[in-house]
Design a protein around this ligand. Structure first.
Ligand code: NAD
Length: 483
């Protein structure tokens, strides 16, 4: 693998994301030789850490995520890390940071290449982007910026942030990260759809009745109530992860598998995204909040959550496109906290066919994303000693050894940033459509809040969300496959 020269600057170097995800992922890329001799990482945060202390943190992070570590490699890897105490709101600190980056560039022959990673609270993204620009932090080689979620909290704030970032970076240099796009089974959707005639030829509105996307979390908001109050399930999960999954499921076949062709096919689909009316939202969208139990808090009792909060911890709804291979097919989604288990899955429900055996038999294709990785398809045959149809699942699974080989999403996506592959990142034009849609729902819900007409359903913890979510379907013959 080619050794890529670069100085990487992580804003939020003492944070949870950097520790649990970025440092272990960088170590794996180092072990593969992608970043090796000619790289340095500057971790920045406000705390007065030393280079040595950051290196210890990096080593701890690698040990915590790896069963076996080559200690010599780890020591050498950690020696490439430098710490700069930096308050992102202080303009002068950017001058010091720029000088350190230049020094390290000379020392490591990094060819003026810079990679900026925004791994901190989103309210700072715009400030950092502005100061990268006005303090001229970009280098003379390639410049790339990775932006964590959430990218804005509505279309207007996303546009403002995008303006601040594009002052220094071209669209082709901006990597808006959505870690779901780094997941193994999400990356399997397009090859599954387009390489097998059995699947490709039924992927249309003649054969698909509906698609169901479920991203269920077992945990509640825990200590993050303050942040969650500014977000909610729709902004936190639907605007990014669920919409990206839906786009992969509904997009037309790309001309090839280059980043350009894939974004073009996505763009074509998203131009036909049907914006729901207020009536659609009333009928096909549901929000909810988890209630408490003898042993658990209700959402409204969580620390830093308002007693009369209207922030949803559950959202379900219906998305449709007017063009593309499954134009008009309802794509239902639901996501929320305090489900019965952690599970991410997609169910593709096929239409019933008239058949000589009389009864209708439902057939589905299911893609399980988390916690296991699996695809299964229902196949019908005959029962052995009695009349009737036997249904079995044909499985596409991974062995334990194969699962151990699967890179973490962050490793995969960081790799893509280093090699300048933007296939699995969110393009601005996609993000804009997603926000337009989310803003439409938010506005309708806000109107309901203000009119005082609708109480937000409270759902029992550790089950399947509010019962109202079973009523969002277009017809009485539809229901959630995963229950
Ligand atoms: P965190 O609160 O753990 O870390 C924030 C970092 O910012 C810390 O290093 C802190 O010292 C630093 N910081 C705060 N104020 C500062 C200032 N004024 N100047 C300089 N540094 C300052 O947050 P996190 O969980 O690591 O999340 C970072 C980003 O990644 C967020 O946008 C989050 O949405 C996103 N994200 C996190 C995860 C995760 O697993 N933690 C997963 C997906 C996305």
């Amino acid at each position: 693998m080619k050794n890529i020269p670069v100085i990487m600057i992580i804003f939020g170097g003492s944070g949870d994301l950097a520790h649990r995800k970025l440092y272990p992922a960088l170590f794996n890329l180092y072990e593969q030789g992608l970043i090796h001799d000619n790289f340095a990482v500057i971790g920045t945060a406000r705390r007065p850490w030393s280079h040595e202390y950051l290196r210890e943190q990096v080593s701890d992070a690698v040990h915590e995520t790896h069963n076996e570590v080559n200690e010599n490699d780890l020591k050498e890897f950690a020696s490439h890390f430098y710490y700069q105490s930096h308050d992102v709101t202080n303009v002068e600190h950017y001058v010091t940071l720029k000088e350190l980056a230049q020094d390290l560039d000379d020392r490591y022959c990094a060819h003026g290449n810079r990679l900026f990673y925004m791994a901190m609270a989103p309210r700072f993204f715009g400030t950092i982007a502005t100061h990268i620009n006005d303090q001229h932090l970009t280098g003379s080689g390639f410049n790339r910026i990775v932006v964590e979620k959430p990218f804005g909290r509505d279309l207007a704030s996303a546009e403002e942030l995008n303006k601040q970032i594009t002052a220094s970076f071209d669209e082709s240099e901006i990597f808006r990260i959505d870690h779901y796009l780094g997941k193994e089974m999400i990356q399997n959707i397009l090859p599954m759809r387009f390489t097998n005639p059995l699947i490709k030829n039924i992927w249309n509105s003649d054969n698909i009745k509906n698609i169901q996307v479920t991203l269920a979390e077992r945990l509640g908001v825990e200590a993050r109530g303050g942040y969650y109050e500014t977000s909610g399930a729709l902004r936190d999960m639907v605007q990014n992860h669920i919409f990206q999954i839906i786009t992969l499921l509904a997009m037309p076949e790309p001309e090839n598998i280059s980043a350009e062709a894939i974004h073009k096919a996505k763009g074509k689909l998203l131009a036909s995204l049907v914006m729901p009316t207020e009536a659609d939202i009333k009928q096909h969208f549901v929000r909810g909040q988890y209630a408490g139990s003898d042993t658990t808090f209700a959402y409204r009792q969580e620390p830093n959550v308002a007693e009369d909060s209207t922030t949803e911890t559950f959202a379900a709804g219906e998305v449709k496109f007017s063009k593309g291979p499954i134009a008009g097919v309802p794509i239902y989604f639901r996501t929320g906290k305090e489900f019965k288990e952690k599970k991410s899955r997609i169910d593709i429900v096929l239409k019933h066919m008239n058949n000589p055996y009389g009864r209708a038999h439902s057939n589905n294709i299911t893609i399980v994303i988390d916690p296991q990785s699996e695809i299964y398809i229902t196949i019908n045959g005959k029962k052995i000693r009695e009349a009737g149809i036997r249904r079995e699942n044909l499985d596409y699974t991974f062995s334990k050894e194969e699962m151990a080989q699967v890179p973490d999403g962050y490793e995969r996506l960081l790799h893509d940033v280093f090699v300048n592959d933007s296939t699995n990142f969110t393009h601005w034009s996609e993000l804009k459509r997603y926000w337009e849609y989310i803003d439409t729902i938010e506005a309708a819900w806000q109107k309901e809040n203000e009119s005082g007409q609708a109480e937000i359903p409270q759902y029992p913890p550790y089950r399947m969300g509010p019962k109202e979510a079973c009523d969002i379907f277009e017809s009485a013959t539809e229901h959630w496959i995963y229950e």
